[in-house]
Ligand binder design. Structure first.
Ligand SMILES: NC(=O)c1ccc[n+]([C@@H]2O[C@H](COP(=O)([O-])OP(=O)(O)OC[C@H]3O[C@@H](n4cnc5c(N)ncnc54)[C@H](OP(=O)(O)O)[C@@H]3O)[C@@H](O)[C@H]2O)c1
Length: 331
């Protein structure tokens, strides 16, 4: 592939939102590397997706230790692409990683110990060829490790210069408030929460978003398209190249029920009236709430990314549209 020079238009194409009360602004759309960047995926396609993202002002790439498959391979492949295409743009990028899910065998490669988090970030930095990440997350709550230990590890990582900011993912409102208190006492730069949120999965509306606002931190929401269900792709069966058809993915064919397709059909009609694709409507619906700092999409194709980016140009909903979406999803 020819040498990469980023589009000079990139910052005219994207809009940015301040992440809580921090100094960081995030692009309304960020790119996640959970799927489509592993060793089983097409490397040149992955590279094109990253180039297209940055050319459109997507300055934030989200990774984790265990993205692949196999675990670690998304960071390794990202590292390769970074060294070829993005090294010269390092200071224009927010790169994140995480630890918290199972990564290596034995008791020190999972959950939330200081031992695990520090060793894991060291491995991630090596795989990606980076000196530091911009954000390091604890990937999920650990019911057994004291919160003080996990938050202490995040603090140590920042003091070591290996991350600029820290975040947490999937913590409920109560644990988020507890974590925030500890991080504040330690003066750890707590930037962001990464919860699952989309039209079909609204748990964050039940206290978490209010808590984040009160604490003054931002949110970046994952699986905004319910892994592809909130697009038009499953309206007429399950395409062979879709996530639901992929062996070992976290989206099972059994989740595409007739009842779900019926809802999606109705949402799709609404999106058409708004002159948006359904994927765009699903992303816009999240961005209507200013407490959502960024929407974290995954894509298997450049065309999907281009489709999703367009969402930022139509994020207003009438009260009637919002009511109708709720009604469709209640059925
Ligand atoms: N913190 C956590 O615990 C956690 C957990 C999960 C994810 N995440 C992060 O969130 C990111 C996004 O999660 P996700 O991949 O589940 O997000 P998603 O955006 O809900 O789903 C992405 C999938 O939807 C399909 N798609 C995307 N845009 C489309 C479009 N315009 N038209 C048709 N299909 C489209 C593609 O699947 P096909 O393969 O079918 O084409 C794509 O891979 C991850 O990469 C990761 O960074 C974090």
């Amino acid at each position: 592939m020819e040498e990469y020079t980023a589009s000079e238009e990139r910052y005219n194409k994207m809009k940015f939102r301040r992440c809580g009360k921090s100094g960081i602004k995030l692009p309304l759309i960020s790119l996640g590397l959970w799927h489509n960047f592993g060793d089983n995926d097409d490397f040149e396609n992955a590279r094109n997706i990253l180039r297209t993202a940055f050319d459109n002002g997507i300055t934030h790439f989200d990774l984790a230790n265990n993205y692949g498959p196999p675990y670690g391979s998304a960071e390794k492949n990202f590292g390769k692409i970074f060294s070829q295409d993005f090294k010269k743009y390092r200071d224009e990028l927010i790169i994140s990683s995480k630890a918290g899910w199972d990564m290596w065998p034995g008791p020190y490669g999972d959950f939330g110990s200081r031992k695990y988090l520090i060793a894991s970030l060291d491995q991630s930095l090596k795989r990606m060829g980076l000196d530091y990440v911009d954000i390091f997350y604890h990937h999920r709550p650990d019911p057994e490790t004291p919160l003080e230990e996990t938050m202490g590890a995040l603090d140590q990582i920042v003091r070591q210069g290996k991350a600029l900011y820290v975040g947490i993912s999937q913590y409920n409102a109560e644990d988020t408030a507890k974590a925030a208190k500890i991080l504040k006492e330690q003066k750890t730069p707590f930037l962001i929460h990464q919860p699952r949120y989309n039209m079909m999965d609204r748990w964050v509306e039940d206290g978490l978003l209010d808590t984040l606002e009160k604490i003054g931190i931002g949110s970046i929401v994952f699986s905004p398209l319910e892994q592809g269900i909130l697009t038009s792709k499953y309206l007429h069966g399950i395409p062979e190249d879709s996530r639901a058809a992929t062996e070992g993915s976290y989206l099972d064919k059994s989740q595409i029920t007739d009842a779900v397709v019926k809802q999606v059909q109705q949402l799709n009609e609404m999106a058409e009236k708004r002159e948006q694709s359904l994927a765009q409507m699903a992303v816009s619906w999240l961005l209507k709430d200013e407490r959502v700092s960024s929407v974290l999409v995954g894509v298997s194709k450049v065309s999907q990314l281009k489709d999703n980016i367009e969402a930022i140009n139509n994020i207003d909903f009438t009260a009637e549209e919002l009511r109708k979406i709720d009604e469709i999803l209640k059925e």
